[in-house]
Design a protein around this ligand. Sequence first.
Ligand SMILES: Nc1ncnc2c1ncn2[C@@H]1O[C@H](COP(=O)(O)OP(=O)(O)OP(=O)(O)O)[C@@H](O)[C@H]1O
Ligand SMILES: O=C(O)[C@@H](O)C(=O)CO
Length: 418
Amino acid sequence: MKLGCIADDFTGATDLANNLVRAGMRVTQAIGVPAAAAQADADAVVVALKSRTIAPAQAIEQSLAALHWLRANGARQIYFKYCSTFDSTPRGNIGPVTEALMDALGTDFTIATPAFPDNKRTVFKGHLFVGELLLNESGMQDHPLTPMHDPNLVRVLQAQCRRKVGLIDHRTVADSADAIARRIAELRAQGVGIAIVDAVSNDDLLRLGPALKGMALVTAGSGVAIGLPANFGIEPSSRASQLPPPAGLQAVVSGSCSLATNQQVQEFIRSGRPALAVDPLRIAAGEDVAGQALAWAAPLLAGGPVLVYSTAQPAAVAAIQGRLGTDQSGAMVERTIAAIAAGLVRLGVRQLVVAGGETSGACVQALGVAQLQIGPQIDPGVPWCHALTPDGQGLHIALKSGNFGTPDFFAKAFGMLQ
Ligand SMILES: Nc1ncnc2c1ncn2[C@@H]1O[C@H](COP(=O)(O)OP(=O)(O)OP(=O)(O)O)[C@@H](O)[C@H]1O
Ligand SMILES: O=C(O)[C@@H](O)C(=O)CO
Protein backbone atom coordinates (compact mmCIF):
# COMPACT_ATOMS: atom_id res chain seq x y z
CA MET A 1 0.00 0.00 0.00
CA LYS A 2 1.31 3.42 -0.96
CA LEU A 3 -1.31 5.79 0.40
CA GLY A 4 -3.28 5.18 3.59
CA CYS A 5 -6.43 7.27 3.96
CA ILE A 6 -8.78 8.03 6.84
CA ALA A 7 -12.17 9.52 5.89
CA ASP A 8 -14.57 11.07 8.39
CA ASP A 9 -17.71 9.73 6.65
CA PHE A 10 -18.76 6.98 4.22
CA THR A 11 -19.75 8.94 1.10
CA GLY A 12 -16.74 11.19 1.64
CA ALA A 13 -14.57 8.07 1.60
CA THR A 14 -15.89 6.97 -1.81
CA ASP A 15 -15.46 10.54 -3.04
CA LEU A 16 -11.76 10.43 -2.12
CA ALA A 17 -11.34 6.90 -3.49
CA ASN A 18 -12.94 8.03 -6.76
CA ASN A 19 -10.36 10.79 -7.28
CA LEU A 20 -7.49 8.42 -6.51
CA VAL A 21 -8.85 5.85 -8.98
CA ARG A 22 -9.21 8.49 -11.68
CA ALA A 23 -5.53 9.34 -11.15
CA GLY A 24 -4.64 5.67 -11.67
CA MET A 25 -4.56 4.04 -8.22
CA ARG A 26 -6.25 0.71 -7.43
CA VAL A 27 -8.25 1.55 -4.32
CA THR A 28 -10.26 -0.37 -1.76
CA GLN A 29 -12.50 1.24 0.81
CA ALA A 30 -12.81 -0.44 4.18
CA ILE A 31 -15.95 0.13 6.25
CA GLY A 32 -14.36 0.90 9.61
CA VAL A 33 -10.93 -0.34 10.66
CA PRO A 34 -10.51 -3.77 9.02
CA ALA A 35 -9.91 -6.91 11.03
CA ALA A 36 -7.87 -8.52 8.23
CA ALA A 37 -4.72 -7.43 6.36
CA ALA A 38 -4.97 -5.17 3.27
CA GLN A 39 -5.37 -6.67 -0.21
CA ALA A 40 -1.95 -7.04 -1.80
CA ASP A 41 -2.86 -5.27 -5.08
CA ALA A 42 -4.29 -2.07 -3.52
CA ASP A 43 -2.26 1.12 -4.09
CA ALA A 44 -4.43 2.92 -1.56
CA VAL A 45 -6.87 1.93 1.16
CA VAL A 46 -9.48 4.37 2.45
CA VAL A 47 -10.72 3.55 5.94
CA ALA A 48 -14.24 4.99 6.18
CA LEU A 49 -15.18 6.22 9.65
CA LYS A 50 -18.31 8.03 10.87
CA SER A 51 -16.32 10.50 12.95
CA ARG A 52 -17.36 13.89 11.60
CA THR A 53 -19.72 14.90 14.36
CA ILE A 54 -18.98 12.53 17.25
CA ALA A 55 -17.15 13.75 20.37
CA PRO A 56 -13.54 14.81 19.54
CA ALA A 57 -12.02 12.23 21.92
CA GLN A 58 -13.88 9.43 20.14
CA ALA A 59 -12.95 10.79 16.70
CA ILE A 60 -9.30 10.86 17.75
CA GLU A 61 -9.43 7.33 19.11
CA GLN A 62 -11.01 5.92 15.93
CA SER A 63 -8.67 7.89 13.65
CA LEU A 64 -5.61 6.67 15.55
CA ALA A 65 -6.85 3.07 15.29
CA ALA A 66 -7.17 3.57 11.52
CA LEU A 67 -3.68 5.12 11.39
CA HIS A 68 -2.24 2.18 13.29
CA TRP A 69 -3.80 -0.33 10.86
CA LEU A 70 -2.72 1.65 7.78
CA ARG A 71 0.89 1.90 8.96
CA ALA A 72 0.97 -1.76 9.96
CA ASN A 73 -0.12 -2.50 6.38
CA GLY A 74 2.69 -0.47 4.85
CA ALA A 75 1.16 2.96 4.11
CA ARG A 76 3.92 5.37 3.08
CA GLN A 77 1.81 8.55 3.34
CA ILE A 78 -1.37 9.28 5.33
CA TYR A 79 -4.34 11.30 3.96
CA PHE A 80 -7.02 12.58 6.36
CA LYS A 81 -10.17 13.32 4.29
CA TYR A 82 -12.90 15.68 5.51
CA CYS A 83 -15.76 17.44 3.80
CA SER A 84 -15.30 19.92 0.95
CA THR A 85 -17.42 22.33 2.99
CA PHE A 86 -15.04 21.88 5.98
CA ASP A 87 -17.92 20.55 8.13
CA SER A 88 -16.84 20.94 11.74
CA THR A 89 -17.79 22.62 15.01
CA PRO A 90 -15.62 24.95 17.11
CA ARG A 91 -14.52 21.78 19.01
CA GLY A 92 -13.59 19.89 15.87
CA ASN A 93 -13.19 17.37 14.60
CA ILE A 94 -10.84 18.50 11.82
CA GLY A 95 -8.33 20.26 14.10
CA PRO A 96 -8.16 17.72 16.95
CA VAL A 97 -7.88 14.72 14.60
CA THR A 98 -5.22 16.47 12.49
CA GLU A 99 -3.12 17.26 15.56
CA ALA A 100 -3.51 13.76 17.00
CA LEU A 101 -2.35 12.28 13.68
CA MET A 102 0.60 14.73 13.57
CA ASP A 103 1.61 13.74 17.11
CA ALA A 104 1.36 10.04 16.32
CA LEU A 105 3.37 10.45 13.11
CA GLY A 106 5.93 12.70 14.82
CA THR A 107 5.58 15.36 12.13
CA ASP A 108 5.71 19.13 12.62
CA PHE A 109 3.89 20.23 9.47
CA THR A 110 0.89 19.44 7.30
CA ILE A 111 -1.47 21.19 4.94
CA ALA A 112 -5.25 21.60 5.03
CA THR A 113 -7.52 22.40 2.11
CA PRO A 114 -11.09 21.37 1.27
CA ALA A 115 -10.73 22.69 -2.32
CA PHE A 116 -12.61 20.49 -4.82
CA PRO A 117 -12.99 22.57 -8.00
CA ASP A 118 -14.83 19.75 -9.88
CA ASN A 119 -17.66 20.30 -7.38
CA LYS A 120 -17.22 24.10 -7.23
CA ARG A 121 -15.50 24.21 -3.84
CA THR A 122 -12.61 26.69 -4.10
CA VAL A 123 -10.29 28.34 -1.58
CA PHE A 124 -8.94 31.85 -2.18
CA LYS A 125 -6.98 33.95 0.34
CA GLY A 126 -7.95 31.31 2.88
CA HIS A 127 -11.68 31.79 2.25
CA LEU A 128 -13.87 28.87 1.16
CA PHE A 129 -16.40 29.37 -1.64
CA VAL A 130 -19.23 27.02 -2.65
CA GLY A 131 -19.93 27.98 -6.25
CA GLU A 132 -20.15 31.78 -6.30
CA LEU A 133 -20.96 32.06 -2.59
CA LEU A 134 -18.83 32.28 0.51
CA LEU A 135 -19.22 29.22 2.75
CA ASN A 136 -21.26 31.12 5.36
CA GLU A 137 -23.76 32.27 2.70
CA SER A 138 -24.00 28.94 0.88
CA GLY A 139 -26.65 27.31 3.06
CA MET A 140 -23.95 25.73 5.25
CA GLN A 141 -24.69 28.41 7.90
CA ASP A 142 -27.96 26.48 8.50
CA HIS A 143 -26.49 22.96 8.63
CA PRO A 144 -28.18 21.14 11.52
CA LEU A 145 -24.99 19.62 12.99
CA THR A 146 -22.08 21.70 11.71
CA PRO A 147 -23.29 25.23 10.92
CA MET A 148 -20.46 27.15 9.25
CA HIS A 149 -20.54 30.86 10.11
CA ASP A 150 -17.01 31.87 9.10
CA PRO A 151 -15.60 31.38 5.58
CA ASN A 152 -12.02 32.20 6.73
CA LEU A 153 -10.49 28.74 7.13
CA VAL A 154 -7.33 29.98 8.83
CA ARG A 155 -9.53 31.37 11.59
CA VAL A 156 -11.85 28.34 11.66
CA LEU A 157 -8.99 25.86 11.95
CA GLN A 158 -6.99 28.00 14.38
CA ALA A 159 -9.97 27.90 16.76
CA GLN A 160 -9.72 24.07 16.77
CA CYS A 161 -5.90 23.76 17.07
CA ARG A 162 -3.02 24.27 19.50
CA ARG A 163 -0.52 24.59 16.64
CA LYS A 164 -0.16 27.82 14.65
CA VAL A 165 -2.21 27.84 11.42
CA GLY A 166 -0.89 29.70 8.35
CA LEU A 167 -1.70 30.18 4.67
CA ILE A 168 -0.15 29.23 1.34
CA ASP A 169 -1.89 31.80 -0.82
CA HIS A 170 -2.93 31.64 -4.43
CA ARG A 171 -0.02 33.67 -5.78
CA THR A 172 2.33 30.95 -4.57
CA VAL A 173 0.09 28.06 -5.68
CA ALA A 174 -0.37 29.59 -9.15
CA ASP A 175 3.42 29.94 -9.53
CA SER A 176 4.89 26.42 -9.26
CA ALA A 177 5.41 23.33 -7.12
CA ASP A 178 8.85 24.73 -6.23
CA ALA A 179 7.31 27.98 -5.01
CA ILE A 180 4.88 25.97 -2.85
CA ALA A 181 7.77 23.89 -1.44
CA ARG A 182 9.71 27.10 -0.64
CA ARG A 183 6.65 28.57 1.12
CA ILE A 184 6.25 25.37 3.15
CA ALA A 185 9.89 25.65 4.29
CA GLU A 186 9.33 29.32 5.19
CA LEU A 187 6.17 28.60 7.21
CA ARG A 188 7.86 25.71 8.98
CA ALA A 189 10.76 27.99 9.98
CA GLN A 190 8.18 30.46 11.38
CA GLY A 191 6.74 27.73 13.58
CA VAL A 192 3.53 27.25 11.58
CA GLY A 193 2.25 23.68 12.00
CA ILE A 194 -0.67 23.58 9.58
CA ALA A 195 -1.15 25.65 6.41
CA ILE A 196 -4.45 26.25 4.64
CA VAL A 197 -3.75 26.08 0.90
CA ASP A 198 -5.57 28.20 -1.69
CA ALA A 199 -6.72 26.33 -4.82
CA VAL A 200 -9.30 27.46 -7.37
CA SER A 201 -8.65 24.96 -10.18
CA ASN A 202 -7.44 21.43 -10.80
CA ASP A 203 -4.24 22.96 -12.21
CA ASP A 204 -3.60 24.45 -8.76
CA LEU A 205 -4.10 21.02 -7.18
CA LEU A 206 -1.81 19.38 -9.73
CA ARG A 207 0.93 21.93 -8.89
CA LEU A 208 0.37 21.26 -5.19
CA GLY A 209 0.78 17.48 -5.63
CA PRO A 210 4.58 17.36 -6.17
CA ALA A 211 5.15 19.73 -3.23
CA LEU A 212 3.47 17.14 -0.97
CA LYS A 213 5.77 14.30 -1.98
CA GLY A 214 7.12 12.63 1.15
CA MET A 215 4.95 14.69 3.53
CA ALA A 216 3.95 12.25 6.27
CA LEU A 217 0.41 13.59 6.58
CA VAL A 218 -1.86 15.38 4.12
CA THR A 219 -5.27 16.67 5.27
CA ALA A 220 -7.84 17.75 2.70
CA GLY A 221 -11.16 17.25 0.97
CA SER A 222 -10.99 14.84 -1.95
CA GLY A 223 -9.57 17.39 -4.43
CA VAL A 224 -5.90 17.16 -3.42
CA ALA A 225 -6.01 13.44 -4.27
CA ILE A 226 -5.80 14.15 -8.01
CA GLY A 227 -2.17 15.27 -7.61
CA LEU A 228 -0.80 12.53 -5.34
CA PRO A 229 -0.65 9.26 -7.35
CA ALA A 230 1.97 10.76 -9.71
CA ASN A 231 4.32 11.08 -6.70
CA PHE A 232 4.30 7.27 -6.55
CA GLY A 233 4.98 6.91 -10.30
CA ILE A 234 1.32 6.07 -11.02
CA GLU A 235 -0.45 7.40 -14.12
CA PRO A 236 -4.17 7.44 -15.01
CA SER A 237 -5.31 4.11 -16.45
CA SER A 238 -8.73 2.60 -17.14
CA ARG A 239 -7.50 -0.61 -15.46
CA ALA A 240 -7.67 1.12 -12.08
CA SER A 241 -11.47 1.42 -12.24
CA GLN A 242 -12.28 -2.06 -13.57
CA LEU A 243 -15.04 -3.85 -11.68
CA PRO A 244 -16.58 -7.29 -12.22
CA PRO A 245 -19.38 -7.32 -14.84
CA PRO A 246 -22.77 -6.10 -13.57
CA ALA A 247 -25.62 -8.54 -12.98
CA GLY A 248 -29.04 -8.65 -11.35
CA LEU A 249 -31.87 -6.19 -10.74
CA GLN A 250 -31.64 -2.43 -10.17
CA ALA A 251 -32.92 -0.13 -7.39
CA VAL A 252 -32.38 3.21 -5.68
CA VAL A 253 -32.98 3.94 -2.01
CA SER A 254 -32.83 7.56 -0.88
CA GLY A 255 -32.87 9.03 2.61
CA SER A 256 -31.19 12.26 1.60
CA CYS A 257 -33.28 15.44 1.79
CA SER A 258 -30.73 17.76 0.22
CA LEU A 259 -31.53 19.99 -2.72
CA ALA A 260 -29.70 17.89 -5.31
CA THR A 261 -31.35 14.64 -4.16
CA ASN A 262 -34.81 16.24 -4.19
CA GLN A 263 -34.22 17.17 -7.84
CA GLN A 264 -32.94 13.66 -8.64
CA VAL A 265 -36.00 12.02 -7.06
CA GLN A 266 -38.33 14.36 -8.97
CA GLU A 267 -36.51 13.65 -12.23
CA PHE A 268 -36.76 9.85 -11.69
CA ILE A 269 -40.53 10.16 -11.04
CA ARG A 270 -40.96 12.48 -14.03
CA SER A 271 -39.27 9.90 -16.28
CA GLY A 272 -42.11 7.49 -15.45
CA ARG A 273 -40.10 4.96 -13.41
CA PRO A 274 -41.81 3.35 -10.36
CA ALA A 275 -41.20 5.25 -7.12
CA LEU A 276 -42.54 4.78 -3.59
CA ALA A 277 -42.42 7.39 -0.82
CA VAL A 278 -41.73 6.20 2.72
CA ASP A 279 -43.78 8.11 5.30
CA PRO A 280 -41.94 8.61 8.63
CA LEU A 281 -45.25 8.99 10.51
CA ARG A 282 -46.32 5.50 9.43
CA ILE A 283 -42.98 4.11 10.65
CA ALA A 284 -43.55 5.91 13.96
CA ALA A 285 -47.06 4.42 14.14
CA GLY A 286 -45.50 0.94 14.09
CA GLU A 287 -46.55 -0.08 10.55
CA ASP A 288 -44.30 -2.54 8.72
CA VAL A 289 -43.25 0.10 6.21
CA ALA A 290 -40.21 -1.87 5.03
CA GLY A 291 -42.30 -4.98 4.42
CA GLN A 292 -44.88 -2.96 2.48
CA ALA A 293 -42.18 -1.34 0.34
CA LEU A 294 -40.66 -4.72 -0.51
CA ALA A 295 -44.08 -6.17 -1.40
CA TRP A 296 -44.59 -3.15 -3.69
CA ALA A 297 -41.16 -3.50 -5.32
CA ALA A 298 -41.08 -7.29 -5.83
CA PRO A 299 -43.29 -7.49 -8.95
CA LEU A 300 -41.83 -4.30 -10.48
CA LEU A 301 -38.11 -5.04 -10.32
CA ALA A 302 -38.03 -7.18 -13.46
CA GLY A 303 -39.17 -4.13 -15.46
CA GLY A 304 -36.16 -1.94 -14.57
CA PRO A 305 -35.00 0.26 -11.68
CA VAL A 306 -37.36 1.21 -8.85
CA LEU A 307 -36.92 3.96 -6.25
CA VAL A 308 -37.88 3.90 -2.58
CA TYR A 309 -37.40 7.27 -0.91
CA SER A 310 -38.02 9.27 2.24
CA THR A 311 -36.57 12.33 0.51
CA ALA A 312 -38.70 15.37 1.28
CA GLN A 313 -38.58 19.16 1.07
CA PRO A 314 -37.10 21.09 4.04
CA ALA A 315 -40.50 22.18 5.41
CA ALA A 316 -41.79 18.58 5.48
CA VAL A 317 -38.58 17.37 7.16
CA ALA A 318 -38.82 20.16 9.75
CA ALA A 319 -42.44 19.17 10.48
CA ILE A 320 -41.45 15.52 11.03
CA GLN A 321 -38.50 16.55 13.20
CA GLY A 322 -40.80 18.80 15.24
CA ARG A 323 -43.20 15.90 15.89
CA LEU A 324 -40.74 13.04 16.35
CA GLY A 325 -37.45 14.74 17.30
CA THR A 326 -34.49 15.27 14.94
CA ASP A 327 -32.27 12.39 16.09
CA GLN A 328 -35.16 9.97 16.61
CA SER A 329 -36.76 10.59 13.23
CA GLY A 330 -33.37 10.46 11.47
CA ALA A 331 -32.39 7.15 13.06
CA MET A 332 -35.84 5.65 12.51
CA VAL A 333 -35.91 6.56 8.80
CA GLU A 334 -32.31 5.35 8.36
CA ARG A 335 -33.19 1.97 9.91
CA THR A 336 -36.20 1.59 7.62
CA ILE A 337 -34.35 2.56 4.43
CA ALA A 338 -31.51 0.22 5.41
CA ALA A 339 -33.97 -2.66 5.98
CA ILE A 340 -35.49 -1.93 2.56
CA ALA A 341 -32.02 -1.95 0.93
CA ALA A 342 -31.23 -5.31 2.52
CA GLY A 343 -34.63 -6.68 1.45
CA LEU A 344 -34.13 -5.48 -2.13
CA VAL A 345 -30.81 -7.30 -2.28
CA ARG A 346 -32.56 -10.47 -1.02
CA LEU A 347 -35.04 -9.97 -3.90
CA GLY A 348 -32.17 -10.08 -6.39
CA VAL A 349 -31.05 -6.44 -6.67
CA ARG A 350 -27.36 -6.40 -7.56
CA GLN A 351 -27.10 -2.77 -8.73
CA LEU A 352 -28.01 -0.41 -5.89
CA VAL A 353 -27.75 3.38 -5.62
CA VAL A 354 -27.99 4.86 -2.11
CA ALA A 355 -28.49 8.61 -1.67
CA GLY A 356 -27.34 10.35 1.51
CA GLY A 357 -24.26 10.04 3.72
CA GLU A 358 -25.95 8.86 6.92
CA THR A 359 -28.31 6.71 4.87
CA SER A 360 -25.34 5.12 3.09
CA GLY A 361 -23.71 4.31 6.41
CA ALA A 362 -26.88 2.60 7.64
CA CYS A 363 -27.36 0.67 4.38
CA VAL A 364 -23.78 -0.56 4.11
CA GLN A 365 -23.95 -1.78 7.69
CA ALA A 366 -27.32 -3.51 7.15
CA LEU A 367 -25.95 -5.19 4.02
CA GLY A 368 -22.99 -6.52 6.01
CA VAL A 369 -20.52 -5.02 3.55
CA ALA A 370 -16.99 -4.76 4.98
CA GLN A 371 -15.09 -3.55 1.93
CA LEU A 372 -15.70 -1.81 -1.41
CA GLN A 373 -13.68 -1.95 -4.60
CA ILE A 374 -13.86 1.44 -6.34
CA GLY A 375 -14.83 1.65 -10.00
CA PRO A 376 -15.66 4.32 -12.59
CA GLN A 377 -17.03 7.77 -11.79
CA ILE A 378 -20.73 8.46 -12.39
CA ASP A 379 -20.54 12.17 -11.52
CA PRO A 380 -17.78 14.11 -9.70
CA GLY A 381 -17.40 12.61 -6.23
CA VAL A 382 -19.53 9.49 -6.89
CA PRO A 383 -18.17 6.23 -8.33
CA TRP A 384 -19.72 2.82 -8.83
CA CYS A 385 -18.27 0.39 -6.31
CA HIS A 386 -18.33 -3.38 -6.01
CA ALA A 387 -18.85 -5.27 -2.76
CA LEU A 388 -19.20 -8.82 -1.62
CA THR A 389 -22.24 -9.41 0.58
CA PRO A 390 -21.93 -11.98 3.40
CA ASP A 391 -23.66 -14.64 1.23
CA GLY A 392 -20.68 -14.33 -1.18
CA GLN A 393 -22.71 -12.60 -3.92
CA GLY A 394 -21.37 -9.56 -5.75
CA LEU A 395 -23.17 -6.20 -5.49
CA HIS A 396 -22.59 -3.01 -7.49
CA ILE A 397 -23.30 -0.10 -5.17
CA ALA A 398 -23.03 3.69 -5.51
CA LEU A 399 -23.05 5.87 -2.39
CA LYS A 400 -24.12 9.40 -3.35
CA SER A 401 -23.45 12.39 -1.13
CA GLY A 402 -26.57 14.49 -0.67
CA ASN A 403 -25.34 17.45 -2.66
CA PHE A 404 -23.58 15.61 -5.48
CA GLY A 405 -24.81 14.55 -8.92
CA THR A 406 -26.84 15.98 -11.80
CA PRO A 407 -30.68 15.77 -11.80
CA ASP A 408 -30.63 12.63 -14.02
CA PHE A 409 -28.08 10.93 -11.73
CA PHE A 410 -30.07 7.71 -11.10
CA ALA A 411 -30.75 6.89 -14.76
CA LYS A 412 -27.20 7.92 -15.66
CA ALA A 413 -25.79 5.55 -13.03
CA PHE A 414 -27.63 2.48 -14.37
CA GLY A 415 -26.95 3.52 -17.97
CA MET A 416 -23.22 3.39 -17.24
CA LEU A 417 -23.36 -0.27 -16.15
CA GLN A 418 -25.09 -1.49 -19.32
N1 LIG B 1 -38.80 12.59 5.42
C1 LIG B 1 -37.90 12.69 6.38
N2 LIG B 1 -38.18 13.32 7.52
C2 LIG B 1 -37.25 13.44 8.50
N3 LIG B 1 -36.00 12.97 8.41
C3 LIG B 1 -35.67 12.33 7.29
C4 LIG B 1 -36.58 12.17 6.23
N4 LIG B 1 -35.97 11.51 5.23
C5 LIG B 1 -34.73 11.27 5.65
N5 LIG B 1 -34.53 11.75 6.88
C6 LIG B 1 -33.28 11.69 7.65
O1 LIG B 1 -32.47 12.78 7.22
C7 LIG B 1 -31.09 12.40 7.29
C8 LIG B 1 -30.48 12.64 5.92
O2 LIG B 1 -29.11 12.51 6.05
P1 LIG B 1 -28.19 11.88 4.95
O3 LIG B 1 -26.79 12.06 5.45
O4 LIG B 1 -28.60 10.50 4.61
O5 LIG B 1 -28.47 12.77 3.68
P2 LIG B 1 -27.70 14.13 3.27
O6 LIG B 1 -27.45 14.95 4.50
O7 LIG B 1 -28.47 14.72 2.15
O8 LIG B 1 -26.35 13.54 2.67
P3 LIG B 1 -24.81 13.97 2.92
O9 LIG B 1 -24.50 13.73 4.38
O10 LIG B 1 -24.08 13.04 2.02
O11 LIG B 1 -24.72 15.41 2.53
C9 LIG B 1 -31.07 10.95 7.69
O12 LIG B 1 -30.84 10.83 9.08
C10 LIG B 1 -32.47 10.47 7.31
O13 LIG B 1 -32.89 9.34 8.03
O1 LIG C 1 -16.19 16.34 0.41
C1 LIG C 1 -17.39 16.25 0.21
O2 LIG C 1 -18.13 17.22 -0.03
C2 LIG C 1 -18.04 14.90 0.33
O3 LIG C 1 -17.13 13.90 0.01
C3 LIG C 1 -18.49 14.65 1.71
O4 LIG C 1 -17.68 14.49 2.60
C4 LIG C 1 -19.96 14.62 1.94
O5 LIG C 1 -20.29 14.24 3.24
